[in-house]
Design a protein around this ligand. Structure first.
Ligand SMILES: *Cc1c(COP(=O)(O)O)cnc(C)c1O
Length: 369
């Protein structure tokens, strides 16, 4: 077996699991057999050992710092992915409530979350973008939110359609619940209305296996003791993410990504600017292509994370993906519900990768125009 070097890596545009920062992978490789100071691999270490407790505390502290999470919010790390949160959120926050929860339906993921919430209690769809195949988001006025809703649910970035809220909707007294799975840590968050934010790590924050949940303290009072132990947020807060064996390796790696964001990138404002600059390279090219490339999302709601677009026909789209792959641009095929191309350009996608994609798009149009 030979060691894979950085220059053998493709540019990975997969929606998730997705590209990770190279310095993070290199550190994992260096420290995998023996974590400096601990004499064993992170893979072998008890979750009760001081070594792991330090890693857990460090990851939490860095997350709190990067996102400026106020003191009255808890951070927990869970398994079961974001899918489990589709159920866990209404199980904990809706059972026993007299008011309905408001759901804003902006694409595939919020729709799936809605279907799970319906099993748990009363839900109200206040806006649904289906009429235009989820190519846009509601304005604050269009969203039709009720400030007395048990909570207000939205997905900040619809990974499949490529539409993204540029800022949080104002939900008044209703706690805002955000599925931030595919844009977590891509910019700072405004916690004013936030009751709960969750994100599986494998899109923008680490490997598959861990989901970060940030929950406002007062909401824990809603969790009923009749819930199964693992599904009760209160247990995870009380045991500080050690209610059962947590995904230790995934938390460790997420901690390294958080450190990369802080030390190498310079924080989330800098990350946001870098993300805007990267996305602009592709969106400007789409807009300047005379209609050869057609973006799926309406201009105001374009995602900085998942750029979705079509070519003149499906045969050309297939050719585009194939030729892209041949030159080391991997994972460009769009989701079947939208079709076309999806370039996922998460935090860890280097500018060079986006530039390589832009060059390829220009060349492809010239040869196939
Ligand atoms: C990927 C994704 C999910 C599902 O995550 P799993 O960890 O596979 O359960 C949910 N919401 C959004 C926005 C996603 O991108």
């Amino acid at each position: 077996m030979s060691t894979v070097t950085a220059n053998q890596r493709v540019f990975n545009f997969s929606p998730g699991p997705a590209v990770l920062p190279l310095p993070v992978l290199e550190q994992v490789q260096r420290d995998l057999v023996s974590l400096p100071g601990y004499g064993m691999s992170i893979l072998e270490m008890s979750h009760r050992a001081q070594g792991f407790l330090d890693i857990l505390a460090g990851a939490k502290q860095m997350l709190r710092e990067l996102l400026a999470i106020p003191e009255n919010y808890h951070i927990i790390f869970l398994q079961g992915g974001s899918r489990l949160q589709f159920s866990m959120v209404p199980m904990n926050l809706l059972r026993g409530q007299s008011a309905a929860a408001d759901y804003v339906i902006t694409g595939s993921w919020s729709k799936m979350a809605l279907d799970e919430a319906k099993r748990e209690g009363q839900v109200k769809v206040t806006w649904d973008g289906k009429a235009t195949n989820y190519d846009r988001l509601p304005t604050q006025a269009e969203a039709g939110l009720n400030p007395d809703a048990a909570f207000t649910y939205l997905c900040s970035n619809e990974t499949i359609q490529g539409v993204q809220f540029a800022e949080e909707l104002d939900t008044g007294a209703s706690p805002l619940v955000i599925d931030a799975s595919s844009d977590f840590l891509h910019r700072p968050l405004n916690f004013k209305n936030i009751g709960l934010v969750y994100a599986c790590a494998q899109k923008n924050a680490g490997p598959a296996g861990v989901t970060a949940v940030i929950i406002r303290d007062d909401l824990l009072a809603r969790s009923q003791d009749s819930l199964p132990g693992y599904l009760n947020f209160k247990n995870h807060v009380k045991e500080d993410s050690l209610y059962n064996t947590p995904p230790t390796f995934a938390i460790y790696l997420m901690g390294l990504v958080l450190r990369w964001l802080k030390d190498d990138v310079g924080g989330l404002k800098a990350m946001h600017q870098r993300n805007k600059d990267k996305a602009k390279l592709i969106y400007d090219l789409i807009d300047g292509s005379g209609g050869y490339f057609k973006g799926h999302a309406q201009t105001a709601n374009r995602s900085l994370m998942n750029v979705t677009f079509r070519l003149p026909n499906e045969a050309l789209e297939k050719k585009f993906c194939k030729e892209g792959e041949d030159r080391g641009l991997d994972g460009l095929k769009g989701h079947r519900s939208v079709g076309g191309i999806r370039a996922s350009i998460y935090n860890a996608m280097p500018v060079a990768g986006v530039e390589a994609l832009a060059d390829f798009m220009r060349e492809f149009k010239k040869n196939n125009g």
